[in-house]
Design a protein around this ligand. Structure first.
Ligand code: SF4
Length: 207
């Protein structure tokens, strides 16, 4: 497959045709998990954009790319790329602050594995995200049990599944829009996952 856009390094910003007013920010390939369904296992990009980054962007790189791409019609910026954005938590926070300062009308969403708090035990990740200006959080639940989660996502951190649920509860305390998502793979009981989302009063998405 060819990737006409940013083929030299990888796109820092990209779009999906289904969300024409949304810009996605791709700031790392790194991740705490190694999910069997991860796109990185199958391709180098999506929607005509190469997303595999030979080099991680600086904050200035991301800011410049965002400003070059932004149109008056855009409504939303989403942190979602080939890796887990919160592996670069400070960059997510700084970019969120910068975007909110200059473009306060844009909705900001973080798509995340929900494991930032587990990694950064001495920080208050949800509070920091909220104070920076993040509007909504979408968390990958991926499975209805720890056993299935571990088999599917192969987390590098111990206690990952419990941490995802704890992070979701913390998000629910301070964000009005929190979503849990799953990938429709054969071993996963979608209905049980939805029940977990319902119980936590979260929106539910099958990706
Ligand atoms: S959490 Fe997302 S980026 Fe990380 S391995 Fe899983 S699917 Fe890929």
């Amino acid at each position: 497959m060819s990737y006409p856009r940013d083929s030299q390094n990888g796109a820092i910003v990209y779009r999906y045709s289904v969300s024409p007013n949304t810009i996605y920010l791709n700031i790392t390939n790194r991740c705490r998990n190694s999910c069997s369904f991860c796109l990185k296992n199958y391709c180098s990009g999506i929607s005509g954009y190469r997303l595999w980054l030979e080099q991680e962007p600086t904050i200035k790189d991301a800011w410049d790319s965002l400003n070059a791409e932004l149109k008056d019609s855009d409504k939303e910026i989403v942190f979602c790329g080939f890796g887990e954005p919160t592996v670069r938590l400070d960059m997510v926070l700084e970019l969120t602050r910068m975007i909110k300062e200059i473009y306060p009308y844009l909705h900001l969403r973080l798509n995340t594995d929900g494991l930032a708090q587990l990694q950064h035990v001495n920080r208050k990740v949800t509070k920091e995200l909220k104070e920076a200006g993040m509007n909504s959080i979408s968390i990958s639940l991926n499975a209805e049990t720890q056993e299935k989660y571990n088999a599917l996502c192969k987390p590098s951190l111990i206690g990952a599944y419990e941490a995802v649920l704890d992070f979701t509860k913390e998000c629910k305390d301070i964000f009005s829009h929190v979503r849990l998502s799953v990938v429709n793979v054969s071993d996963i009981n979608i209905q049980k996952c939805k029940k977990i989302a319902d119980k936590l009063d979260c929106e539910f998405l099958i990706r």
